[in-house]
Design a protein around this ligand. Structure first.
Ligand SMILES: [Mn+2]
Length: 355
């Protein structure tokens, strides 16, 4: 059997032409890097990874975002290098730079208050992104819609420029790719994604430690709340819908806070045969906040939109007036329509409901 020996260059084929980026590096010295509001792992990781590359080439880099990252990603800014506009730095104190780079989005609205900072300045504008939808930012674009994360492009850039990534930067980029791919299990994950991850490990990223820092930091109250919510899990439409609810009393009695309900709904989709799911969370205002999820054959955005909410095909949300039971019934009806269920199945499932 023939053994194929691939040189590194073949393994790391780039679909993006980075030559214009090289030209920018030849010509300019100071850079501002920003990303979208409510920055996620890919946004922050790409921002920080790119900054590390530019700094190791001797460039001046400022990082400013419109909003702060969620609590479990704050370790990615433990040195405070990523500034928050209006908190850490005033708008009129933003330094003049040669180049403004936007990562992980190309949409003005997603930049929040940073949009004006990027727009109202002379100089070169760059977008590095993997999303399909984009405004015309009048920028040099480095885009690969097939990349699982913007950080894949940043990895590519570091190899193209032959810049070794410091271990912390490798870790940030690893977090970026891991979180955007659901730890390498979403269909967006390709062989190139895994090669990028391997490269980052070679540069010093520690997957076990990074997973722990992001996903194994729960409070006892949060785990208790999850237990309680899951204990009350119900199914409908022949177990094609699984749903849970959290009352204000559940929060009070476990000591959990509203944010502790985040991500709980995804547990419902771990049930064999479950195609759709929702969580109903009773708010202090008596309103009820719903998070809707589904498998790719369905579209819960349609459900959310019919009820006045919105979101993505696979993950949407809507807030309805209470009381909880009435709001849940409204949403259940919509899901039964969505699943195009016949009356018999619905009736059978309903008899199992004790609410
Ligand atoms: Mn991304």
């Amino acid at each position: 059997m023939a053994v194929l020996l691939f040189p590194t260059k073949v393994l790391f084929v780039s679909v993006v032409n980075w030559d214009p980026f090289r030209d920018i590096l030849d010509e300019y010295e100071s850079f501002l890097i920003t990303t979208h509001v409510r920055p996620d792992g890919d946004a922050l990781g790409s921002q920080r990874g790119l900054a590390a590359i530019l700094e190791s080439l001797g460039k001046q880099v400022t990082m400013i975002n419109a909003t702060a990252p969620p609590a479990n990603l704050r370790f990615m800014n433990s040195d405070g290098r990523v500034l928050r506009l209006g908190e850490d730095i005033r708008r009129d104190a933003v330094p003049p730079v040669d180049v403004r780079i936007v990562v992980d989005t190309g949409v003005w609205q997603q930049l929040g208050d940073m949009a004006a900072v990027v727009r109202d300045a002379d100089g070169v504008r760059v977008v590095i992104d993997h999303h399909v939808s984009s405004d015309d930012l009048n920028a040099l674009e480095f885009r690969d819609q097939n990349a699982a994360a913007t950080a894949e492009l940043i990895c590519e850039l570091s190899r193209e420029l032959d810049v070794a990534l410091p271990p912390d930067a490798a870790g940030w980029l690893y977090v970026a790719i891991a979180t955007d791919t659901g730890w390498f299990r979403f269909p967006s994950t390709t062989a190139s994604t895994m090669r990028a991850a391997a490269y980052l490990m070679e540069c010093g990223a520690c997957p076990d430690e990074l997973y722990r820092r992001i996903h194994e930091q729960k409070s006892v109250a949060r785990v208790h709340l999850a237990g309680r919510a899951l204990q009350g899990l119900r199914t409908d439409c022949g177990e094609r819908l699984a749903w849970i609810q959290v009352r204000q009393d559940d929060l009070k009695e476990t000591g959990a806070v509203l944010a502790d309900t985040e991500g709980l709904v995804n547990q419902c989709l771990t049930i064999a045969g479950a195609e759709t799911a929702f969580i109903a969370v009773e708010l202090p205002t008596q309103q009820v906040k719903f998070s809707l999820r589904c498998r790719p054959q369905h579209n819960v955005a349609a459900v959310a939109e019919r009820l006045g909410g919105g979101g993505h095909r696979l993950a949407s949300g809507v807030t309805l007036d209470g009381p909880l039971d009435a709001a849940v019934d409204t949403v259940l009806r919509e899901f039964r329509v969505l699943l195009d269920d016949d009356a018999d199945t619905v009736a059978a499932a309903d008899s199992g409901r004790d609410g």
